[in-house]
Design a protein around this ligand. Structure first.
Ligand code: FAD
Length: 640
């Protein structure tokens, strides 16, 4: 796949000056919209997860006319509901040395120096407000005996800053955001459309002015117009078919915005989570996460000997290798996800993996149960243990869990500036759908923090600055009609193929190819293979896919086919991005670029930039945004 290099791109919105003053400065310089004018401005928010739900509720509360969409039957079924472990905030309730600066530092370092300093600092500042907001809404965070909110530790940090509600933090936070959203729906400031799938962005006179959606029950194609559009449509990890994401997660909203001109940043940055239940067979369609919080008390190990088939309980202490504690004594089992995942892969590649096919390592609670008692362990992790037992049939109180890395999160996404605005004026992107704050590796418990920071605090300010120039007048009818025709013809084309293979079978094959060639480890050879194979498979898809049913009814095969078609194009861009970035950084591990200890070796001279891809009729164009570090010194990351 050929590409060209275009002009560099810069974020012009982040103010200069001391980093701790930048967000204050931006808030003050952002123009305000007076209450009477807000009522004349329409904003579309696509997505009702933590990012979209909090944004729509806040914009409604501010007085804008908000129209909100999601493809589930209820806003509170967004994938955010699945988040288990917790949400970071620099509250320092523990007095263990945490601070805004430390959260900022950990996040920049954890992201392997591929995130913007200004954004990350703002995220750390806002983190403390999120907890207050959620508590005010009644989110039942775990508390300590003394009454203060409890915290636990997550990877990549030596302090305990993760707030949680048992293993259901996303659910509780989403219920908070959902209640706030429902309140605005009842107040008439937000109009909610569930079971509607956005299939295109309307761009008129260079501005995002609306969306084309399909009513998933009747099949009707609808147009919705506005003064600004916000995409909060989540991540695209399901390009790998098997992932911890909900089955519905997809790339269609952001991919179609990309086709309309929004740049796509760092598509190859994928997070592989180290603690998932291993794949159990060829017909599996979903992987299950075991929360990172379990690494607070669970110890990761494999047998010292290769191909050791003894039951874990029969392997004596001195024949076990607690490899994370051995290799990374400073962080032990709480090294960041990219490091823990690669370490698990390495011990399995050495032949020391456990379980079927040797693709597993133990996560063992024996010592924690002996130290704290079974009740205490059950209180903290009970629902996760139960989930594990239901899926595997093994009781983790008695035998260690078996875990293996799996695709979990995508750091890449649509490029946005400090205001969270994409390269299409009026198109804002928040939550996992943008590329923003995590660099090449997201730290655990930071996605919920980012989604809510974007939705409750950042976007409501920055979008005002844009809307201060509105209302933007009539939308060009030709632009709307063109978008509608594009959507309809894609649907017609899918239905017309009438081949023999299901969309799912193509998706499964594409996902396997991505995992094998662009997964935990990538090489020039594997990526070139993928770039050769993806177009062939895509062609076969367009010649042989079978979409049963019609467009004028509830048709899940049609929905899936459209999403798989977009996954093909995205997969190609991911592999190209991974091929061009010949360094290793965070979750992007190029086997050719590693140090003597097998750790990711960055190439700051050539790759200290965000890769922002533009889609043009002549092929992808790469725009580089240079990354500068004034506060955190770029060093080789070490957790030893
Ligand atoms: C199993 C699991 C556990 C996790 N645990 C944690 C954790 O403990 N802590 C943490 O910080 N992070 C965690 N994460 C990550 C975190 O949950 C997600 O990154 C985050 O919830 C994403 O929120 P979001 O609002 O951006 O998107 P989502 O919650 O994915 O919401 C996307 C929304 O967009 C809508 N949508 C998408 N496309 C369209 C379309 N075309 N048309 C209409 N609507 C559309 C959907 O209907 C949905 O409402 C976890 C992730 C997984 C998979």
């Amino acid at each position: 796949m050929k590409y060209t290099e275009g002009a560099p791109i810069r974020d012009t919105k982040a103010p200069a000056g001391p980093i701790e003053e930048r967000w204050e400065k931006r808030k003050f310089s952002a123009r305000l919209v007076n209450p009477a004018n807000k009522r004349k401005l329409n904003v579309i928010v696509v997505g009702t997860g933590l990012a979209g739900g909090s944004a729509a509720a806040t914009l409604g509360e501010l007085g804008y006319n908000v129209t909100s969409f999601c493809y589930q039957d209820s806003p509170r079924r967004a994938h955010s509901i699945a988040a288990q472990g917790g949400i970071n905030a620099a509250k320092n309730y523990r007095g263990d040395g945490d601070s805004i600066y430390r959260l900022f530092y950990d996040t920049v370092k954890g992201g392997d120096f591929r995130a913007r300093e200004s954004n990350v600092y703002r995220l750390a500042q806002v983190s403390v407000n999120i907890i207050d907001q959620a508590v005010a809404q009644g989110v039942p965070f775990a508390r300590e005996y003394g009454g203060l909110l409890d915290t636990r530790s997550f990877g990549g940090a030596q302090v305990s800053r993760t707030f949680y509600a048992r293993g259901q933090t996303g659910q509780q936070l989403l219920l908070g955001a959902y209640q706030a959203l429902e309140r605005q729906i009842a107040a008439g400031t937000v109009t909610m459309h569930t079971r509607h799938e956005m299939l295109d962005v309307i761009v008129s006179d260079g501005r995002a002015r609306g969306v084309i959606v399909r009513d998933m029950v009747t099949g009707e194609i609808e147009r919705h117009l506005a003064d600004a559009v916000v995409l909060a449509t989540g991540g695209y990890g399901n390009v790998f078919f098997l992932s911890t994401n909900a089955k519905g997660c997809n790339t269609t909203a952001i991919w179609r915005a990309h086709e309309r001109g929004a740049y796509f940043a760092n598509p190859c940055y994928t997070q592989i989570h180290p603690t998932c239940i291993p794949v159990s067979g060829d017909y599996q369609s979903k992987l299950t996460l075991m929360s990172e919080s379990l690494r607070n008390d669970g110890r990761v190990w494999v047998p010292l000997r290769k191909n050791d088939e003894r039951a874990p309980g029969d392997i004596p202490e001195d024949e076990r290798d607690y490899y994370l504690e051995r290799i990374y004594p400073a962080f032990g089992n709480l090294v960041p996800r990219d490091i823990a995942s690669r370490a698990a892969k390495n011990v399995c590649d050495e032949g020391r993996g456990v379980g079927p096919g040797g693709l597993g390592v133990y996560l063992d609670f024996r010592d924690a149960i002996n130290r704290l008692g079974r009740d205490a362990v059950e209180k903290k992790y009970g629902n996760l243990f139960e989930m594990y037992e239901r899926i595997t049939g093994e009781n983790p109180y008695d035998v260690p869990m078996r875990i293996y890395p799996a695709v979990h999160y995508t750091m890449g996404g649509l490029w946005v500036d400090y205001d969270l605005q994409s390269t299409i004026p009026g198109l804002f992107v928040i939550g996992e759908a943008n590329f923003s704050d995590h660099g090449a590796n997201r730290l655990g418990a930071s996605a919920l923090m980012q989604g809510l920071a974007d939705g409750y605090f950042v976007l409501p300010t920055t979008i005002g600055d844009y809307l201060a120039d509105g209302p933007f007048g009539e939308v060009d009818e030709e632009a709307v009609a063109e978008a509608e025709i594009k959507v309809r013809s894609k649907i017609d084309r899918l239905l017309a193929v009438n081949g023999t293979r299901t969309p799912d079978s193509f998706h499964r094959e594409l996902g396997k190819l991505m995992w094998d060639y662009c997964g935990m480890e990538r090489t020039e050879e594997s990526l070139r293979k993928a770039l050769e194979r993806i177009p062939e498979l895509r062609q076969e898809f367009w010649e042989n896919v079978k979409v049963s049913g019609t467009a004028e009814e509830l048709n899940q095969v049609l929905e899936r086919a459209g999403r798989v078609a977009d996954f093909f194009d995205l997969a190609e861009l991911m592999c190209l991005d991974a091929l061009v970035r010949t360094e290793s950084c965070g979750g992007h591990f190029r086997a050719e670029s590693q140090d003597a200890d097998g750790e990711a070796l960055r190439d700051d001279e050539n790759f200290a930039h965000v890769s922002a891809w533009e889609r043009t009729p002549d092929g992808p164009v790469l725009h580089k945004e240079p990354l500068e570090y004034e506060y955190v010194k770029m060093t080789q990351r070490s957790y030893k």
